[in-house]
Write a protein that binds this ligand. Structure first.
Ligand SMILES: Cc1cc2nc3c(=O)[nH]c(=O)nc-3n(C[C@H](O)[C@H](O)[C@H](O)COP(=O)(O)OP(=O)(O)OC[C@H]3O[C@@H](n4cnc5c(N)ncnc54)[C@H](O)[C@@H]3O)c2cc1C
Length: 396
């Protein structure tokens, strides 16, 4: 049977491509259904922890991804009002030794390209673009995935990697999003347009009352990624709309001039009103399961959404391997191995948002949180997250 029918993957984002690679490594052929006319990614940066590189290695694309990343020397958090250094964590050699892989920043397109090349090289992944999954039917041995033209795609199983507004999740779970009221603007800026006094080889965040700003280098330092986030005064609806420079500038009053420079940099003014969902305990429904943002959509404050999608894919492959490619058993083990870990990211991310955006006395508490903390103690606190790898990914 596995020789005849492919496994269907809904969505050709980072999660879907990683899942395709994991499935091919278990001997399956894969059909990726992507709603967009092209398989691709948006123009923005992303931070990757060592856990992401462990996953790339397990998927056979570690060298490709490492070759495109920028290795930062440290992570740093400044108070955006007075430039006080709240925390500074070295991510050089000692960090790499501790976790066996680097901390890095990278263009999203470069992550996606590394996975896409890997998938194409296998010769076992078929891509269908402009194909939007609308409905799923199942019987005991297969799934039928119906697209917007009414065409049915038959497969052994379905991996719903169709992102934050997952149709697969809507069919099986149908839970509402939790709109945060936080709005994000993102930009990638060429080095010559980026302030000289912020050109640090670091993942850097400025935290202020109800807002924060992030910047880090991309592509050998030739570009910089800029992300600004604030609590909206309006009732927000989840999604992307047109914004304006005037809107952004109205939110960053009282921020120090050095950090304020960042809000003048974006040239396009698309605004993302963000949401997550309450963590759920069941992602697998017969021969269908969820992966990546479809399974555990999160706010971005832990910088781990894509890392978790990569981990999901590796874990799914491992769950299939130890269960002799039995989908029912593998999906159950996969879910059991992933639910608590990814829910921890969703919940920690909400808490991190609160820490970032603290004001008044809460701000003073935030600024004292990590006073005098040594790198080793920071690393110990990160062990649960960055210590993940293919050999410990499955639940007992
Ligand atoms: C501002 C911001 C910053 C972030 N920073 C980081 C970071 O630093 N580090 C990190 O690890 N993560 C970060 N993330 C999170 C990360 O972007 C996501 O978690 C990750 O992209 C999820 O990948 P995915 O493949 O699950 O979903 P997506 O990237 O959303 O991919 C889903 C794909 O499915 C397609 N699709 C959707 N519906 C259908 C359908 N019905 N049929 C067919 N195709 C469909 C879409 O077109 C898309 O190609 C950040 C997110 C935001 C918003």
């Amino acid at each position: 049977m596995s020789q005849q029918l492919p496994v269907i993957v809904a969505g050709g984002g980072i999660g879907g491509l990683a899942a395709a690679l994991a499935l091919v490594r278990q001997g399956f052929s894969v059909k990726v259904l992507e709603q967009s006319p092209q398989i691709g990614e948006i123009g923005a940066g992303i931070q990757l922890g060592p856990n992401a590189f462990h996953a790339f290695d397990a998927l056979g694309v570690g060298e490709k991804a490492r070759g495109r990343a920028v290795y930062t020397d440290y992570m740093i958090m400044h108070d955006a009002i007075d430039e006080y250094v709240v925390g500074r964590i070295p991510t050089g050699e000692a960090f790499r030794q501790r976790f066996g892989n680097p901390y890095a920043v990278i263009h999203r397109v470069d992550v996606h390209t590394s996975l896409l090349e890997g998938a194409q090289e296998t010769g076992r992944v078929e891509f269908l673009t402009s194909t939007r999954v609308e409905r799923i039917e199942q019987d005991a041995d297969s799934v039928a995935v119906i697209d917007q033209h009414g065409k049915s795609h038959r497969g052994l199983a379905l991996i719903g990697a169709d992102g934050v507004k997952s149709v697969v999740r809507a069919q099986y779970v149908n839970d509402p999003p939790r709109v945060t009221g936080h709005v994000v603007y993102r930009a990638v800026v060429d080095k010559q347009d980026f302030p000289l006094d912020l050109q640090w080889n670091a993942a850097s965040i400025w935290v202020g009352p109800n807002c924060h700003l992030v910047h880090y280098p991309l592509r050998g330092g030739e570009q910089y990624n800029v992300v600004v986030t604030f609590h909206s005064r309006k009732q927000e609806e989840w999604g992307v709309t047109e914004g304006s420079k005037e809107e952004v500038q109205s939110y960053f009053q009282g921020i120090c001039p050095r950090a304020r420079q960042l809000i003048d940099l974006p040239k396009s003014w698309k605004r993302w009103a963000t949401a997550d969902r309450e963590p759920i305990g069941q992602w697998s429904f017969g021969r269908a399961t969820l992966l990546g943002d479809a399974a555990h959509p999160t706010t971005q404050y832990m910088a781990q959404g894509a890392c978790m999608a990569l981990e999901d894919a590796v874990t799914l492959g491992e769950a299939l391997r130890v269960n002799g490619n039995d989908f029912g058993k593998a999906f159950e083990l996969y879910q059991r191995s992933r639910v608590a870990r990814t829910a921890r990211i969703v919940l920690s991310s909400r808490e991190m948002g609160r820490i970032y955006h603290a004001k008044d006395v809460e701000r003073l508490v935030r600024n004292d949180l990590w006073k005098g903390r040594t790198p080793e103690r920071f690393y110990d606190a990160m062990e649960w997250l960055y210590g993940w790898n293919v050999s410990n990914c499955l639940a007992a």
